[in-house]
Design a protein around this ligand. Sequence first.
Ligand SMILES: [Fe+2]
Ligand SMILES: [Fe+2]
Length: 330
Amino acid sequence: MVAFLDLKKLEDSLLNRSGNVPLHTRFRALFTLKSLRTEDAVQIIIKGFKDSSALLKHELAYCLGQMKIPSALPALEEILRDESQDPMVRHEAAEAMGAISASSSIPILKAYLKDPDRSVRETCEIAIAKIEWDNSEEGREHLKAPKDSIALLYTSIDPAPPTSKLLSGVPKQDDLTESNIKDLQIKLLNTELPLFERYRAMFALRNIGTPAAVDALASGFSDDSALFKHEIAFVFGQLLSPHSIPSLRKVLEDAGESEMVRHEAAEALGGIATPDVLPCLREWMSKEDAPRVVRESCQIAIDMWEYENSNEFQYANGFVNVPPLAVIGA
Ligand SMILES: [Fe+2]
Ligand SMILES: [Fe+2]
């Protein structure tokens, strides 16, 4: 149980009531609230949607989805409907609806399949497929099945499950073969397939996690869907493989790349936290002509880097022990 005063302190920190709470401290408060998974925490997080930072708000939506508490749905629906919100925030709200997986969300997700923003449209498509899959025979069986070690390593609710063969978690010897990785890569890159199927290949490659799987994933950065590319960078943030650093740096440093993709690349680099990534994160955090989302993501990434390189056992204001952002961020 978290005492009322602690909750109040977390709320003040998340909402920056004093006016001088650094963004990374607000993120830490958010992840502490997420780990509580209570109704009170949901209501505090919802209050944050009044903020002006798209980065913060997309993370609020992500956390509400991961908490999987249906009372967050009306607020998420409101964000999806609000076309004045940044598309990155609306995308995350739709994805969170997929994570909560209530059949009642399907009509509203369907209504936004024709949204002017491609990332929003594509997210709605994937979220609908995810909710339908969760209610399929395979999905229901999967929910009941005991989870093994790799499934526990990735505790996030993903936008799509891995391909059927890798559903149970730990890859078997024949999953690691060059030909299997190649097959998954072909699926990953096949733009004729529904995005949900391509995402299933993506999460299968994540669970395989070898350098060859990382290379296969990195080949997805040549896609023309910002949503698809940002999810690859997100997966790299979960995998934490130094092998992915060159491709992530290329994405972060590409001024022509979508902000959403660059943001996710920055946070993945912060989670990988090797000494060589720090100068690059510092440079982009203070680049005046870089988009706000990119600068703020680098600020969060540096906080993650420092956490990974410190002896801090208790992340997030010392309230509750939660994993680093690299493992749980959106
Ligand atoms: Fe996202
Ligand atoms: Fe994100």
